[in-house]
Each structure stands twice: as C-alpha cells, then as structure tokens.
Design a protein around this ligand. Structure first.
Ligand code: CLF
Ligand code: SF4
Length: 293
C-alpha cells in the first residue's frame, strides 16, 4: 500500500485485517430516520446494511453521543474509530450526524470518523463529509441493475415523494455511483458493503465488485443475508433463503480476483463498542456513563 493510504487504514479495524487484532471501534446510534426501504429491513431494528438484523440500539442525541465517545475513549485505549451506522441511514439524518461529527472533531481530534450509508443522499453530503475530515465512508451497493434493484428496494423517498419499483432503484443506483466517484476523487476511502441474496443478486455481485473497483473503491465486503422470519422483514416473511457459509466464501473468492475483499466483518450493532466481534456496549449505556462522572 502507498504510505498515505497505509496511514489511513493501519489503525482502522474494518479497513485493515491486521488492525482488527489491535484496534477497537465504537458506534453511536444517533440517526433514526431512513429514506429508502430494503426488503431485508424491519424499521423496528437497526439498519441491516451494516448491522446484524434483529438488534435494537439505544438512540441518543449528538450531545449524549459525544459524552459516550469520550467516556469509552478514556476506558478503552485501543478505541481508534467512531462510526455512525444507524439505527437508520446516517445521511438521512444530516443534522444529527454532522452535529456529532463536528463536536467530535473539535473535542477528540485523534479519533478517526467513519460513516455508512445507503448512498441515496450521498452526493449532497460529500462536501460536508470532507469538511469534517471523514476519511472512511461505507456505501451499501447491492446492485448496479435497476431490474435487480426493484427486487431489493420496494421504494425510495426522493424529493418529497415515494418512488417505487425500477424507477426508485434506478435513482438509488445513480446516486450511489455518483457518490462513490465524488468520494474517491477527493481521496476519501470507500468501502462497499453488499448483502448477498440468493436468487436475487448473488450472480450479479461479481459485476458490482468490478465496477466499484474501477471507480476506486478500496474494499468490498460481501455480507450474508440474514432473513429470520421472526425479524418480520419482507424476505423473512416470504421465506427467502439465506446463503450458506460455503456459498458466501465462493462468491468472496470469485470477487477477490478483481477486488480486495473484507472477510472479517462481524455485522456490528449500531451502538457496538469494543474490538470487532466483542460487544461492550452494555458497559457504556447512558445511565452508566452518567454515574462515571
Ligand atoms: Fe463501523 Fe462500519 Fe466504520 Fe467499521 S463497522 S461504520 S466501517 S467503524 Fe466493520 Fe462492523 Fe463490519 Fe461495519 S465489522 S459491520 S464493516
Ligand atoms: Fe433499513 Fe438500512 Fe435499508 Fe434503511 S438503508 S431500509 S435502515 S436496511
């Protein structure tokens, strides 16, 4: 890796396989609203674009989020990255998300800032992301073909109206690709998450991998669909099959010819705290932080 990129990833547990043994991340759940509907999501739970479905995180205000971040940073010295990943879409809640980033870049300038998004509002937010020195952005891109997109996204909310089917998916895909190009043009590292949905986009994700690599994405993270009926998602209710571990690995291997693949993702909660795969969130709930002062 070139030195300027190594410097950005060497202490980020998601962007570097090596770093995840030594560095921790935390998420603050400040972003409740979402501007699209994914068939693998139930709004009662965290955004499933970057989180384990079926989990409910403790929603907080930007001020509470900053307080929590400072408390965790003091208690866990390996904590190098603060991410906003839900419980809805961070960029569909720009005031709350950017207020949190603004306060943190002032009060804790050593902590790297990270965000994940479905990409619909991304082109409008790129200037603001760059202004707060956000070097790591994840876009969930499940397809580049609107016909496939219509099977994943029943609707988007765009310019104050709901747009359904292929037309909605086409706009979402255009915004995601435009956002990706704008970020890489500024040297911001982009990770692409894709949810592997058997029979829907599994045959298509290798093409997604090729295209996002060509546009400068740094890393591709193919995650398995989790569609348990009790989570009440459309796919869960319709009995959509999940990929097997072998199918997931075969797809990751197939994409790896074109692209650096992330294989250590743990599908964290929107309020996760600690090393990847470890969740110390319960030690830092708001009531506990209040008693730490
Ligand atoms: Fe969080 Fe995501 Fe940033 Fe990491 S998680 S916003 S890039 S700091 Fe990491 Fe968790 Fe996988 Fe996400 S293991 S779900 S990839
Ligand atoms: Fe749910 Fe996230 Fe999709 Fe919004 S972007 S519908 S919160 S999975």
């Amino acid at each position: 890796l070139p030195d300027h990129i190594r410097a950005k990833v060497q202490d980020h547990p998601c962007y570097s396989e090596e770093a995840h043994h030594h560095f921790a991340r935390m998420h603050v759940a400040v972003a409740p609203a979402c501007n699209i509907q994914c068939n693998y999501c139930n709004r009662k739970y965290d955004c499933s674009n970057e989180s384990r479905p079926g989990v409910v995180s403790e929603l907080m205000t930007p001020t509470q989020a900053v307080k929590k971040t400072l408390a965790v940073a003091a208690a866990i010295p390996q904590m190098s990255v603060l991410g906003i990943a839900g419980p809805g879409d961070p960029l569909a809640n720009p005031e709350r998300t950017f207020e949190t980033f603004r306060m943190l870049s002032e009060q804790a300038p050593d902590i790297k800032l990270c965000v994940s998004t479905n990409g619909l509002s991304l082109p409008d937010c790129v200037d603001e992301l760059a202004k707060h020195n956000i070097d790591h952005v994840t876009i969930t891109i499940n397809c580049v073909d609107p016909e496939i997109g219509a099977q994943i996204y029943p609707w988007i909310f765009w310019n104050n109206r709901r747009i359904r089917g292929v037309e909605g998916a086409r706009i979402l895909i255009e915004q995601q690709q435009k956002g990706l190009e704008m970020l890489t043009a500024r040297g911001i590292l982009v990770k692409v998450n894709s949810v592997m949905i058997p029979g829907v986009n599994d045959q298509h994700l290798q093409e997604v991998s090729k295209i996002v690599k060509a546009k400068g994405a740094f890393l591709h993270n193919v995650m398995p669909l989790i569609a348990e009926a009790e989570h009440g998602t459309y796919y869960g209710i319709m009995g959509q099959r999940e990929p097997t571990a072998l199918e997931l690995e075969a797809l990751q291997d197939a994409c790896a010819g074109d692209m650096s693949m992330m294989r250590h993702c743990r599908q964290c909660r929107a309020d996760a705290v600690g090393m990847l795969g470890e969740d110390r969130g319960d030690e830092f709930t708001l009531d506990k932080i209040d008693t730490m002062e």
